[in-house]
Design a protein around this ligand. Sequence first.
Ligand code: ZN
Length: 164
Amino acid sequence: MRYKFCPECGGKLIQKPIGDEGLIPFCESCERPWFDGFSTCVLSVVMSEDNEVLLIRQSYGDTSKFVGVAGFMKPNETAEQAAEREISEETGLEVLELTYLESLFYEGRDQLMLGFLARVKKGTLKLSSEVRAGEWFDIDTAEKTVREGSIIQKLIIDAKERIK
Ligand SMILES: [Zn+2]
């Protein structure tokens, strides 16, 4: 998102050269620049002790596709805390070990996705209302089940390398 008005005072922003950054939207009343904004999200490959991957189908949007467990980060939260919170909220599963994989930018949605491999103890799923279904797959099947070229597919491939 490119700012046109100041999110603090509502004033119209001017374009001002800022250091090496080039022209940046700037509020003359608040005397501060407003760099392009985007959301930061966490996305996890949820994996059991026997290397099975949990994929979910959401209750909103395209409910037919299997996706990973993801969500928006909240202010004052670390990415690790956000990943654990989303897994707990959406599946009821407890994270035993969390490994950072990589970050990928979701251009269509202006979201920076921070990818994790989350080891969980396989247990009874307590799905939130956001989740329609959850299913365990062996890792190769999981890779083929998610949308081709998707960010979760890249993370599953990355996770597969780690567990070799
Ligand atoms: Zn302002």
